[in-house]
Design a binder for this molecule. Structure first.
Ligand code: UN1
Length: 507
């Protein structure tokens, strides 16, 4: 506790988490990647507490599912308002806990506000269907009904936005939620829970325990994953984690919504407008210090322009290395730290592995070591390859971007689709034929034209194919995952009822 109180960030933390004391304990130390110092120490939930939280969530669901959709929407509207009021503080805590620059911290909270607005409108929709029946005086309907407690497992890199994609939809759909945030970013979860509790205090229509948080790591997460009372587990994180979760949830016939790793590429054709392409590559590659699931990991460039593109990128990287790496709280910084030393070692290992195959490597290695000996600042790396090799197939959650040549667009798409992940993809071209060919052939859930791979808006369905897990979150009809679908046939005639498929069954 003493470290918490003496930390220069203690005031912000206690303003956002007024009940921090009751969550404190010796089990889980929280460090800020800004300087590596300890900013809090928390108690981890026991198995019994998790069991009780799930029981309470079942009860909350029973009550909440009976509240009319638009009233559920009103709660989410008020949550959006509260987030607007706390935006600056919460953004700062996001920056402090996960290390993304303040501007991106603000963007993350804005993403929460946006999904709240989206969900409010949705709360008056949640449409089913009326379907033509083959029988006289029959009507068929498809209804969407609340599902149950939703387990949300989130990652460190979007510590609050991904919760809001799930929770805002779950709430309007009539579900309760239990959130197991990353063990690296539990404070932002407690802060969001406190903001929501402030809203719930003046919202008597909502039951107690509509939203609960479990503090812990994979062990505590597993208990949630294995519990049959939780019909949906929505998990964001690594492919390895998602594979384990998907199998365990399937083993109890639960539903899972998985948003896992990406290995996102941008194709740059000879018809690209480089004034559009270069800034898009840079934001995707070095933004968030390469720690988005949508980060640009590969740039597949037509051989005729690869020297020009590589040199432009190299110049930009050099100036970033010189001027733009630093504390994410400093408004001048564009590249903050990696989350921790493990992430830095993984980056180093990936660069070691690719070295024998690389034509040229720009950057890599540790930055600002003297100033921040306990933090993990790095120089974003640009790796030029003669061709894509298997070393590239693994997602390294760090700012490494491989630049790979291609000769024909067909080949570019083959290179593009060769990796096991399938989240986000982009093409830079002013040629409509190339753009349409790309959209038809990329195997990713997201396919952008003249837009980078990262930074999606909440209005679209977010997620990807293959090892990315197949789930879709946030906009479009992603809400359907949070409800159960019911097909209902009603007969309103007076004659002996007819059977479907023309079957006669006269007794
Ligand atoms: C993530 O990295 O897990 O599209 C989510 C984006 C953000 C969300 C990223 N809106 O980059």
């Amino acid at each position: 506790m003493s470290t918490t109180l003496s930390s220069p960030y203690a005031e912000l933390i206690s303003r956002l988490i007024p009940n921090l004391k009751s969550a404190s304990g010796p089990d889980l130390k929280v460090f800020t990647p800004v300087d590596g110092s300890e900013i809090a120490s928390l108690r981890v939930d026991t198995a019994k507490e998790i069991d009780e939280k799930i029981a309470r969530s079942v009860q909350a669901f029973k009550e909440w599912s009976l509240v009319p959709g638009p009233i559920r929407g009103e709660l989410v509207r008020r949550l959006g308002e509260a987030l607007r009021q706390k935006k600056e503080d919460l953004a700062k805590l996001v920056t402090l806990e996960c290390g993304k620059i303040l501007e991106e911290g603000r963007g993350e909270v804005q993403e929460m506000i946006d999904i709240c607005d989206f969900a409010v409108g949705l709360s008056r929709q949640l449409y089913g269907l009326t379907i033509q029946s083959e029988r006289k005086n029959h009507v068929m309907q498809e209804n969407y009904l609340p599902l149950g407690p939703v387990g949300i497992i989130s990652a460190f890199n979007f510590p609050v936005a991904v919760w809001s994609w799930n929770a805002a939809l779950a709430f309007v759909c009539g579900d309760s939620t239990i959130w197991k945030p990353s063990e690296k970013t539990p404070l932002t979860a407690l802060a969001v829970q406190a903001i929501l509790e402030g809203v719930l205090k003046d919202f008597p229509q909502a039951p107690a325990n509509l939203s609960q948080v479990i503090i812990g790591d994979a062990k505590q997460g597993s208990q949630l994953v294995d519990d049959r009372r939780v019909p949906l587990i929505s998990a964001t994180g690594s492919t390895r984690m998602g594979l384990a979760i998907g199998q365990r949830v399937a083993a109890r016939f639960g539903k899972s919504l998985l948003e896992l790793g990406g290995n996102n590429a941008m194709i740059i054709t000879p018809n690209a407008d480089l004034g559009v392409a270069i800034p898009s590559i840079l934001f995707g590659a070095v933004g968030t210090c390469g720690q988005r699931c949508t980060s640009t990991r590969r740039v597949i460039v037509h051989r005729s322009i690869i020297d020009e593109v590589f040199n432009k990128l190299k110049n930009a990287y050099t100036s970033i290395h010189q001027n733009k790496i630093g504390s994410p709280l400093d408004p001048h910084t564009l590249v903050g730290p990696l989350i921790d030393g493990d992430a830095r070692q993984m980056m180093e290992r990936a660069l070691e592995l690719i070295k024998p195959e690389a034509k040229e490597i720009v950057g890599g290695g540790r930055a600002l070591q003297d100033k921040y000996p306990n933090a993990s600042y790095v120089y974003p790396a640009l790796v030029r390859l003669n061709k894509q090799t298997e070393a590239v197939y693994t997602e390294t959650f760090a700012p490494i971007t491989y630049v790979i040549p291609y000769d024909t667009l067909e080949e570019a798409l083959e290179i593009h689709n060769a990796v096991p992940q399938g989240l986000s993809s982009a093409i830079m071209t002013t040629d409509v034929r190339e753009a349409e060919y790309f959209k038809r052939h990329t195997d990713c859930g997201i396919a952008n034209v003249n837009i980078g791979t990262s930074g999606a808006e909440i209005g679209g369905a977010f997620g990807g194919e293959k090892e990315t897990g197949g789930g879709r979150e946030s906009g479009s009809d992603a809400w359907k995952a949070y409800m159960r679908r019911q097909t209902s046939t009603t007969y309103y005639g007076t004659e002996r009822p007819a059977l479907a498929q023309g079957i006669t069954f006269d007794v």
